[in-house]
Design a protein around this ligand. Structure first.
Ligand code: BDR
Ligand code: CA
Length: 315
């Protein structure tokens, strides 16, 4: 069973990822660490607790993490350009409040301590800005030794969502992403928008989830409907009445790697460009001199992905 730590900025698609990780028999969800991003840290943390409780996983600890970027910059280029803000991620997910609270140890402290001391090989799955992971690496770069794979949702080659050039998770804290990409993890896997935008879920598929009657599937259906409404309003997809459920693709990949096609290449982050600030640069054609450091998903199988959602949440 794969032991994972899920680092989330919950978030409607993070919520689906959390439910998949909590419920799938092949995954042992050790903890969730929370990070700012889609919403402020108080909101992402409360949403994370809500989701875990909703699927009966009150035993999974939640550690509250960074409230802002690892590397704040005085003037963030193009501030306020995320026109989707508030449209795709409800501040309070429409499920009951949690009766518990987050752990008292801060997420970065817990991550460093846990990874220093564990005898297990762990998979890190960050699906928000990389602020917690970069801070943990800054505190102790040797924590990479406990990690068998890092699976990141972030970046884009042909697609940007927060600017024409950049994806939100990377754009929120590009220096943090740069630190993580260069940290020397044994295996770095990246799910950029190029893959997640091939794994759209439709309104009729949300209805299929709903019709199973299972609490997790019904919650996922409602989050996906909200996403479809938000995307249709702010950045309509090529196929009508659909939306990507980005973060969930990382969990599908952990269980069935054939859900995506990976390219082994060098991945870097633009941390200085004004128009391209926060862009990921994937050397897909081997034009640079740097050796490959990442496996980057450039294609996803939408039918397989939806089958995974139905099997995991709907039965
Ligand atoms: C990513 O940014 C967040 O809005 C989503 O939760 C996802 O992790 C997509 O760009
Ligand atoms: Ca996210």
């Amino acid at each position: 069973m794969r032991k994972i730590i899920l680092d989330v900025d919950t978030g409607s698609d993070d919520a689906v990822a959390i439910m998949l990780a909590a419920l799938h028999a092949d995954i042992d969800l050790l903890a969730c660490t929370t990070v700012w991003g889609n919403l402020d840290i108080e909101l992402t943390t409360a949403n994370t607790l809500r989701v875990l409780d909703h699927v009966g996983h009150r035993g999974v600890p939640v550690y509250r993490g960074s409230a802002g970027p690892f590397a704040p910059i005085a003037h963030h280029p193009r501030p306020g350009t995320d026109r989707s803000r508030g449209k795709i991620h409800a501040e309070k997910l429409a499920i009951p409040d949690s009766a518990r609270t987050h752990e008292t140890t801060p997420a970065v402290e817990w991550l460093v301590d846990f990874l220093r001391n564990t005898t297990d090989r762990v998979t890190l799955v960050p699906v928000g800005p990389l602020s917690n992971i970069a801070s943990a690496l800054a505190a102790d770069p040797t924590i990479i030794n406990a990690v068998e794979e890092v699976v990141i949702m972030g970046g884009g080659h042909a697609i940007g969502n927060v600017t024409p050039s950049a994806e939100a998770n990377i754009w929120h804290d590009p220096v943090a992403a740069d630190v993580v990409f260069q940290a020397g993890f044994e295996r770095l896997t990246i799910m950029p928008l190029d893959a997640t935008h091939q794994a759209y879920v439709s309104l009729s598929q949300a209805e299929e989830l709903e019709s199973t009657g299972r609490p997790a599937a019904k919650a996922a259906a409602s989050f996906i409907r909200d996403r479809i409404a938000g995307y249709t309003e702010t950045q309509p997809m090529d196929t009508q009445a659909t939306a990507p459920v980005h973060d969930a693709l990382c969990i599908a990949y952990l269980v069935d790697p054939t859900v995506v096609e990976l390219v082994h290449c060098h991945a870097a982050v633009e941390v200085v460009g004004s128009l391209t600030y926060g862009r990921t640069v994937f050397d897909l054609r081997g034009r640079g001199l740097d050796a490959p450091n990442a496996h980057v998903a450039m294609h996803a199988d939408a039918a397989k992905f939806f089958g995974f959602l139905m099997d995991t949440l709907g039965t």
